[in-house]
Write a protein of this length. Structure first.
Lengths: 244, 244
């Protein structure tokens, strides 16, 4: 069944009235018909099964026939801090890590980031939000991951006491990620991945001061996007969040 | 230091003479100079540090100054069976799973594969071999993963007694991949990923008969390329092959 995240105002007591962009998709692209069913998600965990009855160029809406609560979210809440890098790479990470189950993304300006100003990012936000929404719909997430404000690594905030944090660092030779993941009791885990070209020693120091533990994914050298996908996946896997 | 896989015949007792394509890359693209060092790998685990001395349009060669044996390969040997699918997706999987550490790839023709004839694949082999080589060089693998012959899922051979096999199947609701990985003592693990559109029930039956256990990666639905990368990564991670 097709899944669509809709703004809360679209969900009325008995009916869902789809916003213009989704109405277009349902009517023009998917060409659904009255009596077909779709799922509307409120992005707060609520899932509403809708039997479409009005489908035309000015309105797409239908009757709510079932209310449910999503159960597909990982219990482990990953925040992924990502060094800004070239567009295709960054967008691949947003898409794939949404499928894997990351809860929120923080674009980071670092010394070796290709992007050095928050303003360069502003006109991409809408596009990135759309990538997150579509990947969340496709992978049957219950919520759309949150895209947080771009920030500078130099002003990285200290981790809260109920959070664990890990910075992926290929030069790390002491710390075992698998052991560290097995040890942590925290369900909130922040992962920080530097841009292509890596983090400088000073930047790793800043991460450590903020409470991030440097870890390595072993001897093979991963490209940034591979490191992001693999780090998120093994974090959820190790915590039982890929069990059935 | 730049790493290059070279054919065995290029490695002489004291010297390495680079083949034409790599000579071109070293001379024209990377513009290396005499006295610079590179690593030549023989694809059997041998690593030779070479001090370049001849660099021109007809020859690039140098003196072997150190012989070593690679230590970057995972102990777990993953064979990845991959349903043939659109080119970009398939090539992304080859590249990323080489970084992660997969040992060999088997392109599979399945009922819902986009490609239905081994002949369609033949003219891509050379390109795929290059992708594997470049990804192996970049990720500092000791060997290039093997690209095996395309085969049909309907003639899938039975797993050997020292092999474990898992078929990723989103409809699997009984078997826990994490538990299964923890249980297996085998260092040879075959993973089978269907094409976009999935495997048919009959095909899953064939996989089971060949000894592949159906497993799921949890409740979120992964695209094929994400499933391949994640399955390979968690297999190596669970076996300690991403420890340092």
């Amino acid at each position: 069944m097709n899944r669509f995240f809709v703004p809360g105002v679209c969900i009325q007591t008995q009916r869902v009235v789809f916003p213009t962009d989704l109405a277009h998709q349902i009517y023009r692209v998917l060409r659904l018909h009255p009596q077909e069913h779709v799922l509307a998600l409120d992005n707060e965990g609520g899932i509403f099964e809708v039997e479409l009855d009005i489908i035309n160029s000015t309105e797409v809406s239908g009757q709510i026939i079932k209310r449910d609560h999503g159960v597909n979210e990982a219990l482990t809440q990953i925040t992924l801090y990502l060094g800004l890098t070239q567009r295709e790479k960054f967008e691949l990470i947003l898409q794939k890590c949404t499928e894997v189950g990351v809860r929120s993304f923080v674009p980071l300006i670092t010394r070796r980031s290709l992007v050095q100003s928050g303003r360069d990012v502003e006109n991409k936000i809408e596009r990135w939000q759309r990538i997150l929404r579509e990947a969340a719909e496709q992978s049957e997430r219950d919520i759309i991951p949150e895209l947080k404000k771009v920030q500078s690594l130099s002003s990285l905030a200290k981790l809260a006491s109920d959070e664990a944090g890990f910075v992926l660092w290929e030069e790390e030779a002491a710390s075992n990620f698998r052991a560290a993941l097995n040890e942590t009791q925290n369900r909130k885990i922040s992962l920080l991945i530097g841009p292509e070209g890596g983090l400088s020693d000073d930047e790793v120091k800043i991460c450590k001061q903020a409470g991030f533990q440097p870890v390595s994914l072993g001897k093979r050298i991963f490209r940034m996007e591979t490191a992001a996908i693999v780090a998120a996946a093994v974090t959820l896997f190790a915590n039982g969040d890929m069990d059935i």
